[in-house]
Design a protein around this ligand. Structure first.
Ligand code: 4AD
Length: 455
């Protein structure tokens, strides 16, 4: 069809259009609305032009007919251009499918900003099947895709669900510092920074600060970035990740485990009940089954036996023995084979951090837990904490950590110590499990890992 050289004008005799977001337009049947957004899809057939408009709240199918479809302005439209569409919302007839079950019959529209065509067109920037590192360079554009934006919506719902659970359980949210002078999870993954001439680090975990809040605020949590200088590239390691951490006082190890399984099951339940995030999880992870309580408990000692019985070898290619770290590959094989959420508990003292409390019935192991999920492996690490000064000092000595910078942390054992414990959940890890993503990189807005700090 030849493009018509006509000016697109609004028919002032039509009812005034109500401004709304796409999500709201789904229920504005037979009303005239105006909706602004990005052209997500564009297709013409005969004398019709179909647009799928996107505004972050949803997708809206719109149809342009007659002169509107044939005007120059319309034939020049491109993907990712921004427009304001005016028209009547119509319920789609049975058997036809579109988001919200509606279609917008456009009677007038305005171009807000025209995106380039040709060489510089959006589709040339993030071509399908392109090299992942090119896609990461174009992350700011790739985020406009349905999958990535869907994961980000689920992420928002998950954080909302976690906060709701903490509110219901009476935990107080705090904001801990990111610039610190202490380590939590080993010196090898610390990012150091110059701090007015002093040495400082980016925080690996807010745990130690959360512990100091117990005596002041009671049970607490924080949701904030943690930083790890991980040297190896894996599916599940980032240099910066959003860490959900909680610390609880006057509880037993079993209480802690029950709290964690309740958090995970409730948070997942709230996400699935969410009108936006629930359907997205179903789309991203068809057939996903919400976990149920209680989670399986597996002792580290029994896990070692299980691995040996199933011919899964340690890092040296030998049978597992007590004290071996169960590395990523072995852990995943075990978790995938068992196929349900697992509390892997009671790790040996030697492979865990300085602060972990030993078990009363077996002092070679600690009151510690990793939560393992099929397809991802570890999503949570937690433990009961040493609550006496002597034992804590022995822990520091064992790990060769100078104690001066920890004076404030040690004070917790001096001024009214209490039994306490906590855990950290990697937001991107729990999301990778919930949304069935191959890597945690797909669950972070702008992932950071060695060699990648842009955009
Ligand atoms: O097991 P981690 O190292 O435990 C701690 O940091 C404790 N201090 C937390 C606490 O008790 N408050 O880390 C906890 C979780 C892991 O289970 C994992 O989900 C995530 O944080 N995590 C990472 N996620 C992405 N990239 C990394 N490099 C991660 N390192 C840990």
């Amino acid at each position: 069809l030849e493009a018509l050289n006509i000016k697109i004008e609004e028919d002032k005799s039509l009812p005034e259009a109500i401004k709304c977001k796409i999500q709201k337009s789904y229920s504005a049947i037979d009303q005239r609305v105006k909706v602004s957004g990005w052209i997500h899809r564009l297709r013409s057939s005969k004398s019709l032009v179909f647009i799928v408009l996107r505004d972050g709240t949803g997708y809206l199918q719109a149809v342009l007919t007659g002169d509107l479809a044939r005007a120059h302005q319309t034939t020049a439209l491109t993907l990712e251009s921004t427009v304001t569409l005016y028209g009547k919302v119509c319920k789609l007839p049975e058997g036809k499918n579109a988001p919200g079950g509606v279609e917008l019959l456009v009677d007038y529209y305005e171009v807000v900003s025209l995106a380039p065509s040709g060489e510089d067109a959006f589709t040339n920037k993030i071509a399908e099947g392109a090299d992942p590192s090119l896609l990461l360079d174009q992350r700011h554009l790739a985020l406009r895709g349905e999958t990535l934006s869907g994961v980000m919506k689920v992420r928002a719902a998950l954080l909302r669900a976690v906060r709701r659970f903490y509110y219901e359980e009476g935990l107080t949210e705090v904001n801990t510092p990111c610039m610190v002078q202490t380590q939590v999870e080993g010196g090898s993954t610390l990012f150091s920074l110059g701090y007015y001439g002093e040495e400082a680090y980016l925080t690996q975990s807010s745990q130690l600060y959360l512990e100091t809040c117990l005596a002041s605020l009671g049970d607490v949590y924080t949701i904030q970035e943690s930083f790890r200088a991980e040297k190896s590239h894996t599916r599940r390691h980032l240099s910066e990740y959003t860490h959900i951490e909680a610390e609880l006082c006057f509880l037993t190890f079993e209480d802690l485990l029950v709290h964690i399984e309740k958090l995970i099951t409730k948070a997942v339940q709230y996400v699935l009940e969410d009108p936006v995030a629930g359907p997205l999880v179903e789309q991203l992870n068809p057939g996903f089954k919400a976990p149920t309580m209680p989670f399986m408990r597996l002792d580290y000692r029994d896990a070692i036996k299980w691995l040996n019985e199933h011919n899964i070898r340690n890092e040296e290619g030998e049978d597992f023995k007590f004290g071996d770290d169960i590395a990523e590959a072995a852990e995943r094989k075990m978790t995938d084979t068992i196929g349900v959420p697992i509390f892997l508990i009671r790790f040996p003292v030697a492979i865990k951090s300085f602060y972990m409390k030993r078990c009363v019935d077996d002092d070679a192991v600690t009151e510690s837990v990793d939560v393992l999920m099929p397809n991802v492996g570890e999503i949570t690490g937690g433990s009961m904490r040493i609550d006496t000064t002597d034992e804590l000092m022995a822990g520091f000595a064992r790990e060769g950590i100078a104690t001066d910078p920890y004076y404030w942390f040690i004070d917790q054992r001096k001024y009214g110590s209490c039994p306490h414990g906590g855990y950290g959940i990697g937001t991107e890890r729990i999301l990778a499990w919930l949304c069935d993503r191959f890597t945690v990189r797909d669950c972070s807005l702008y992932p950071r890992f060695s060699g990648r700090c842009k955009p």
